[in-house]
Design a protein around this ligand. Structure first.
Ligand code: PLP
Length: 401
């Protein structure tokens, strides 16, 4: 009689919270361990040369060399694949490795990519500097200008690259609508789902071909491991994997384990973070010292209806708000917060705060930030899983000077 649970594939497809716990963890582990072992071995040995060749050629499953694949890393990829409802998934050392390997695989010189000005800072650098260097034609639209995005898509493109909600002003793009239009042009649609997580939003179900994550943020959730992941169409994922196994931005098995372990509580954490962010957003909107709150869960958010439709799980753990006054107001306010790290990160179990002026958009001038609709007194507030009464009390005392 077997002591191991039935392989997850034999069971009916579970809901996301169950998948986060069990998904991808099947298989016989070393000495019947119930938890996925951290396999640090760089190589995998074969006495039978025929078997070695078959594994190396991918005819039979198995592992050859750690730059290509690893059993611990494979479990992490499988968990994300199941959560995103994807045919395939592959992983990377960081989120930026996932995004750059994906874009540099999909785009050839002379081809066109359409995106928006509000993507993550590193992604924006790929669009503004590195992709044009190899002759890729990059069109970045104003994120809130739906007609401009549609015109850019209709002009023909190889890749449509979206991010929603955006960083740091929480703008929302209608993924289904733009994906459909891009598919009419024969394009590949990629969505960065880092801010939403598969608990809140499933871009593949909305029509995207590929979804990328900085697993460093919500997926891992504990700010102790870097990682990236790409999930979606099997052929496309395979083509990006073929590049990654040569360019070598491989996820480390130790990081894969931390991310796997973090992901077991993904649904619990994200549900709490959704609740905390909504509660904090509603509270701050009433506050005399706060000029404006940016959060897609608020009814007066310009794209609240789209967010409600495409984020059935919730509106995410990140909000931002604009203080009245000058940057000095931010300089006084931030050090007074007791329950928040002041750091360049988000999606962790601890609340993390950062002003774009010193964090995500530090490399831009005040004028460039203004052109992106980022006020100088904006604060990005990534809710942790703390009791929201403590977060609100903390914000109150920090604003009260
Ligand atoms: C952090 C982040 C990235 C980059 O991920 P790294 O793991 O830091 O390389 C990409 N996209 C978004 C939305 C992010 O927040």
């Amino acid at each position: 009689m077997s002591h191991s649970p039935p392989a997850p594939d034999d069971r009916p497809a579970p809901h996301a919270a169950t998948q986060a716990v069990w998904g991808g963890e099947g298989g016989t582990h070393w000495e019947r361990a119930t938890q996925v072992p951290v396999v640090k071995s760089v190589s995998f040995g074969y006495d039978d040369l025929d078997e070695w060749r078959d594994v190396a050629l991918g005819v039979t499953p198995g592992h050859i060399y750690g730059r290509n694949t690893n059993p611990t890393v494979r479990c992490f990829e499988e968990k994300v694949r199941l959560l995103e409802g994807a045919a395939a998934a592959t992983s990377f050392a960081t989120g930026m490795a996932a995004i750059s390997d994906t874009l540099f695989t999909l785009l050839q010189p002379g081809e066109r990519v359409v995106s928006v000005v509000d993507t993550y800072g590193g992604t924006n650098r790929l669009f503004s500097e590195f992709l044009p260097q190899i002759g890729v034609d990059v069109t970045l639209c104003q994120t809130e200008d739906e007609a401009a995005i549609e015109r850019a898509i209709d002009g023909g493109l190889r890749v449509l690259y979206l991010e929603s909600p955006t960083n740091p002003t929480c703008k929302i793009l209608d993924i289904a609508q733009f994906a459909q239009r891009a598919h009419d042009r024969g394009a590949i649609v990629v969505v960065d789902n880092t801010f939403a997580t598969p608990i809140n939003q499933r871009p593949l179900a909305l029509g995207a071909d590929l979804v990328v994550h900085s697993a460093t943020k919500f997926l891992g959730g504990h700010a102790d491991a870097l990682g990236g992941v790409l999930a979606g169409d099997a052929k496309l994922v395979q083509s990006v994997f073929r590049r990654r196994e040569i360019t070598g931005a491989t996820l480390h098995p130790e990081a894969a384990y931390l991310l796997l372990r973090g992901m077991k509580t993904l649904a619990l954490r994200v549900e709490r973070q959704n609740f905390n962010a909504m509660t904090v957003a509603r509270h701050l909107r009433q506050h005399a010292r706060v000029a404006r709150v940016f959060y897609p869960g608020l009814e007066d958010h310009p794209n609240h209806d789209v967010a409600k439709r495409q984020m059935p799980g919730g509106f995410g753990g990140v909000l931002s708000f604009q203080l009245h006054g000058e940057f000095d107001a931010v300089k006084r306010f931030l050090p007074r917060l007791r329950w928040a790290h002041r750091a360049a990160n988000l999606g962790a179990v601890e609340t993390v705060v950062a002003p774009p002026a010193t964090g995500s958009h530090v490399e831009l001038t005040a004028e460039q930030r203004a052109a992106l609709g980022i006020p100088e007194t904006l604060v990005r507030y990534s809710c942790g899983i703390e009791d929201v009464r403590d977060l609100i009390g903390d914000l109150e005392q920090a604003l009260d000077d």
